[in-house]
Design a protein around this ligand. Structure first.
Ligand code: APR
Length: 320
């Protein structure tokens, strides 16, 4: 059987790391696409040359032509620009919205059967726009945010409790970043919910609140340290986890920005929710019941996402 084909749209920091991880894990042949000439070709060749020492079988190539992504099984989109000092939210939205238009049309024309994972920020609005421009089925287009947010949360909790992060589970909902909603009663150490661990004296409510806030600010913390860019190792690893769930039909239960129409009281919008990812793409949205406080946090997150989507519609009148 032929190897799966993985198209990475955007060959920057995250795109290069995605390619390296996909190769090492032998998920398939990788095509790196970027408008910047030489970058995708150079990264593809560099990673291919690591193959003999690492011992993987995967073809790596770089391109500026959408024709080369033809028939891709998975497309992971990181194309776009990051927010720079002096740039307003609407400036960033306008620029990345145009990028989503060209990427969406490229995927529509050359890889219409792919499972598409968007990483470009502002995530929840960009994944919505990418789906609109590509016209692919909603269940085949999703955004990577929750896996990263919950991985950050799990890392901080494992450090606090001095236990393996493999035994820490975390549950997050809502938009990516400031309005993210961590559900502590569904986050556990080996099945013991966090509120119970507070009662058991493993930590205090104040420390837990600080960890939740650090998780919300996780992206900004890395930007503050790197100064010239944003996180790329953990975002790439998170998207690869989602791609692998699709390619291997793992039926993983993963939080991601998915199209929700009916569940959680939502009518047709993209936002971070718990999902099941398998060969069908987003096969299921898990319709959890929230407490009053959780619902209030979720509602404000949903409103923030809706505000960005409305701003996109204001910028591009073809999006209605
Ligand atoms: N088509 C294809 N590639 C594009 C386009 C386009 N229209 N516009 C820009 N790019 C490419 C750039 O040339 C660059 O190589 O997208 C790449 C983005 O890479 P980086 O700037 O290194 O950004 P990265 O750190 O990988 O993050 C990508 O993910 O987390 C988000 O906020 C982050 O939106 C950003 C995205």
């Amino acid at each position: 059987m032929a190897r799966p084909k993985i198209a990475l749209i955007g060959a920057g920091q995250i795109g290069g790391t995605l390619a390296h991880l996909a190769a090492i894990k032998e998920l398939g042949d990788v095509v790196l696409f970027d408008i910047s000439e030489g970058i995708p070709e150079g990264k593809a060749l560099d990673i291919a040359e690591s193959g003999p020492a690492e011992g993987f079988d995967a073809r790596m190539s770089g391109t500026q032509s959408y024709e080369d992504i033809a028939g891709a099984d998975v497309c992971i989109v990181t194309a776009g620009v990051p927010r720079k000092p002096g740039m307003s939210r609407d400036d960033l939205l306008g620029i990345n919205l145009k990028v989503m238009k060209s990427v969406g049309e490229g995927i529509r024309d050359h890889a219409p059967n792919a499972f598409v994972i968007c990483i470009t920020n502002p995530l929840d609005a960009m994944v919505w726009a990418l789906r609109e421009f590509s016209g692919l089925p909603h269940e085949k287009v999703c955004g990577m945010a929750g896996v990263l947010d919950s991985a950050r949360f799990r890392h901080f909790l494992a450090e606090e409790f001095q236990v393996s992060m493999r035994d820490v589970t975390a549950f997050v909902l809502g938009g990516h970043g400031d309005t993210m909603v961590p559900l502590t009663r569904y986050s556990t150490v080996a099945g013991i919910p966090l509120p119970d661990l507070v009662k058991m004296g493993w930590t205090t409510q104040e420390k837990l609140d600080a960890i939740v806030q650090r998780t919300r600010d996780g992206g900004a913390e890395i930007v503050g340290l790197l100064k010239t860019g944003s996180a790329f190792y953990a975002p790439a690893t998170s998207a690869i986890e989602m791609a692998e769930a699709f390619l291997k039909d793992q039926k993983r239960v993963l939080p991601c920005a998915a199209y929700v129409d009916g569940a959680l009281g939502l009518k047709g919008m993209y936002v971070g929710v718990p999902t099941v990812i398998g060969a069908g793409g987003i096969e299921k949205i898990i319709d959890i019941k929230m407490t009053k406080d959780e619902q209030a946090m979720f509602d404000s997150s949903v409103n923030a996402v809706q505000g960005l989507v409305d701003a996109c519609k204001g910028i591009d009148s073809s999006l209605v």
